[in-house]
Design a protein. Structure first.
Length: 240
């Protein structure tokens, strides 16, 4: 392992830098865009997990932020991402409950921001809704096909989410610890729900009273029945 200032890193194929671990303790982490003349291209898995900075800046040139890179950063309130970013791993900001602002320059071909929420253009996915926004209700835009892993993780003020009729998949831990939510409507378009999409405690919805509304003989309805979640049958589609 190599060291540069507060960063442990490795050289990939002699051409690019992957940040392995951040060891700083300042309020703001400004990641270097190059080390030893080589560009920083990857922020590694859990490399900033549990770090105590309030702000982080990911430089231009970074193409990949790996799984849980900024997970459980209790103090993190703002992060700036580059237009060069091509891939966000699962649960990049998982458990960082103070995060309220993700900054993203215009023109990124793979990701965009709308009302503070991060979306993937290429995967038609809602990637991440910052818990620090403290939303009570949220309408997922039409055309969205996937709720990514840990997308709404620890959004503890969220009471209601409306899902679009285009939705096909809800990823792992997508609604974990959304403790205020009481009702969710699952559209008939759903093809896949991760077994732990709504997992709390020792089992689905173990720490809260939660009800599902879904059409009979659909993936959503069967999911509710299999997991012993109160389910109400729908008979009409509301499109307003």
């Amino acid at each position: 392992m190599n060291m540069f200032e507060d960063y442990a890193y490795e050289v990939m194929d002699g051409q690019k830098i992957r940040i392995v671990r951040y060891m700083g303790d300042g309020e703001k982490a400004v990641i270097p865009d190059s080390i030893g003349g080589l560009p920083v291209a990857v922020i590694g898995k859990q490399s900033f997990a549990t770090a105590e900075m309030t702000e982080a800046e990911v430089p231009e040139g970074v193409e990949t932020i790996e799984e849980e890179a900024f997970a459980i950063c209790d103090c993190l309130q703002q992060i700036s991402l580059p237009s060069s970013l091509k891939k966000l791993g699962n649960g990049v900001f998982k458990g960082s409950e103070a995060l309220e602002q993700v900054l993203f320059p215009n023109g990124n071909p793979d990701f965009f921001l709308e009302d503070g929420v991060v979306y993937s253009r290429t995967e038609l996915a809602l990637v991440f809704c910052p818990p620090g926004l403290k939303l009570e209700q949220f309408v997922v835009p039409p055309g969205t096909e996937t709720i990514s892993a840990a997308a709404f993780y620890s959004n503890r003020t969220l009471e209601y989410v409306r899902l679009p009729l285009t939705l096909k998949k809800i990823g792992s831990e997508a609604f974990l610890f959304t403790n205020a939510m009481r009702i969710i409507e699952l559209p008939p378009s759903l093809e896949e729900i991760s077994p732990d999409a709504f997992l709390v405690g020792s089992g689905p919805f173990a720490e809260k009273r939660f009800e599902i509304y879904a059409f009979p003989d659909t993936v959503g309805y069967r999911f509710a029945v299999q997991n012993r979640i109160p389910v109400h049958p729908l008979s009409a589609i509301v499109t307003d």
